[in-house]
Design a protein around this ligand. Structure first.
Ligand SMILES: C[S@@+](CC[C@H](N)C(=O)[O-])C[C@H]1O[C@@H](n2cnc3c(N)ncnc32)[C@H](O)[C@@H]1O
Length: 479
């Protein structure tokens, strides 16, 4: 009980206990964990949901409650930039002086008011009740006052008031309207090119929940089998990958036999296209030994191993972190052909140079191409992170080019479209190899995929392809 609630009350105003709403309390706890412990929302949520189900029982916490809690957490985190600007306009001090737990309750409330169909009065009163439970009655009054101001306008109205005009500062405008840090808007726009319409569509896509895509692992399952098992209502075929199946809203991968049996997995179609393009690159001479040099947790390695098996080739899947190498081994378990998994630092490779016919280097990166999946990532990343990754990305691409035989092909991939992690790395390293390595046009190898730009490398985009913003450069060793 807070100090406030112990004070004598005016007669006629009996104390009412705050109502405990398990959905809002759970959402608040998740936001605190993300804020305080740098936790990842997608890792924090499942145990909290399980705990709430066990504590409340299925009648008081059902599937719809879980869906609402998830939406509140993801939506609040994604839209944090916009909500911060709105809340800042409603409090009389800088936001950094507002206690983080109070700000979390305010952001959750702002999301309910501006980003959901929850009626305003319900959004305010649910937030005030939450504040009474987790912050105390005194701070609940502050929450009430701020959210009543927020409720005075809708999202469009607020954006007109708090975002600088596009004409004055396009990047700042887009940063506030679409809730991305300004430097991220700037980097995405540099890579995407074009005018306002394209970048707006991309930023909007980053704020949408991505659909879940499955991969049927070659030799272990087929897309047709998954589609039959799921039925027309629950799934549709992938757009381009013959192994992809797209789950409809609310589809639960864990309920699918083939996924439980490891014959299929969850994998973005962009990641599938990267593996498929590398496997499809034309090759003269032997095609027997493949390497995945950054394999953890094993999504692309599992697809590559299946494709390799179909052609009698063997995949070596290598990953620096032993526990992630363990995940790779799990993903590959049951592969129809031979493979090997090792834990090795790709900058000090244990294999002999010129050993492999095909090599994938899917390097560590900022992940700016997967913002749809990681709602908190955009706020955590800093421009300085690029400097941290730059030497490693170059070293790993050099390892790949040394590992492949003359005539063999290397795929350099990132799940970031940032030019410093994509073209700049490829250009720098290719300069060092001079005439010994050549870029291949990757576009024809992504069969049927439109809008792949001028090549020879390819950049996929959420708003154009419905995939993560994966980048792929294919390079042939020619001497
Ligand atoms: C982008 S992820 C790869 C994703 C993977 N290809 C997939 O599809 O599941 C990059 C991986 O590289 C690993 N890594 C980081 N530094 C490495 C190094 N020096 N050598 C090898 N792997 C490294 C990371 O641990 C991480 O698992």
């Amino acid at each position: 009980m807070s100090e406030q609630s112990r004070r004598p009350r005016r007669p006629g105003k009996p104390y009412r206990r705050p109502q405990k709403d398990p959905v809002r309390i759970l959402a608040f706890e998740a936001l605190r964990a993300v804020d305080e412990r740098d936790a990842y929302a997608n890792l924090v949520l499942p145990p909290l949901l399980r705990k709430a189900r066990e504590k409340e029982g299925p009648d008081r916490f059902d599937g719809r409650d879980a869906a609402l809690a998830t939406e509140l957490v993801y939506g609040t985190l994604r839209r944090q930039g916009t909500y911060d600007a709105v809340i800042a306009a409603c409090v009389d001090r800088p936001l950094r002086e507002v206690d983080p737990p109070v700000l979390d309750v305010l952001s959750l409330g702002a999301h309910q008011l501006l980003g959901t169909r929850i009626p305003s009065h319900a959004a305010v009163s649910a937030s005030v009740e939450l504040a009474r439970v987790v912050l105390g009655d005194g701070r609940a009054k502050f929450v009430n006052a701020v959210l009543r101001k927020v409720a005075q306008d809708d999202l469009d109205g607020w954006l007109e008031r708090v975002a600088p005009p596009y004409e004055d500062d396009p990047e700042d405008h887009l940063a506030v309207v679409h809730s991305h840090p300004r430097w991220v808007v700037s980097a995405l726009w540099d890579s995407l090119g074009g005018g306002r319409a394209g970048i707006e569509r991309l930023l909007e896509s980053d704020n949408e929940r991505p659909e879940v895509t499955l991969v049927a692992r070659p030799g272990r399952a087929t897309a047709g089998e998954l589609l039959d098992a799921l039925g027309d209502e629950a799934a549709t075929p992938g757009r381009w990958s013959p192994y992809a199946v797209r789950l409809s809203e609310g589809g639960e991968p864990g309920a699918i036999d083939a996924v439980r049996e490891n014959r299929a997995g969850v994998q973005d179609e962009g990641s599938q296209l990267v593996a498929l393009a590398l496997a499809a690159a034309p090759l003269e001479g032997p095609d027997k030994t493949w390497l995945d040099g950054c394999a953890g947790p094993g999504g692309k390695a599992a697809l590559l191993a299946g494709l390799a098996a179909e052609r009698g080739a063997v995949l070596l899947a290598s990953e620096k972190q032993p526990h992630r190498a363990g995940l790779v081994a799990k993903a590959l378990d049951g592969n129809p052909g031979p493979y090997q998994v090792i834990a090795a630092d790709g900058t000090r490779p244990p294999w002999r140079p010129g050993t492999f016919d095909r090599v994938l280097m899917d390097v560590p990166c900022t992940g700016l191409g997967a913002l749809r999946r990681r709602p908190e990532a955009r706020w955590r990343r800093r421009p300085e992170d690029l400097d941290g990754f730059a030497p490693l990305q170059r070293a790993l691409l050099r390892t790949a080019l040394d590992a492949v035989r003359v005539g063999g092909v290397v795929g350099y991939a990132t799940c970031s479209p940032h030019l410093a992690e994509t073209r700049a790395v490829v250009d720098d390293v290719l300069k060092q190899y001079g005439p010994a390595a050549d870029l291949i046009d990757a576009r024809p190898l992504l069969e049927g995929v439109p809008d792949l730009g001028e090549g020879p490398d390819v950049q996929l985009w959420p708003h154009l392809h419905g995939t993560d913003a994966m980048y792929l450069a294919l390079i042939r060793r020619v001497a």
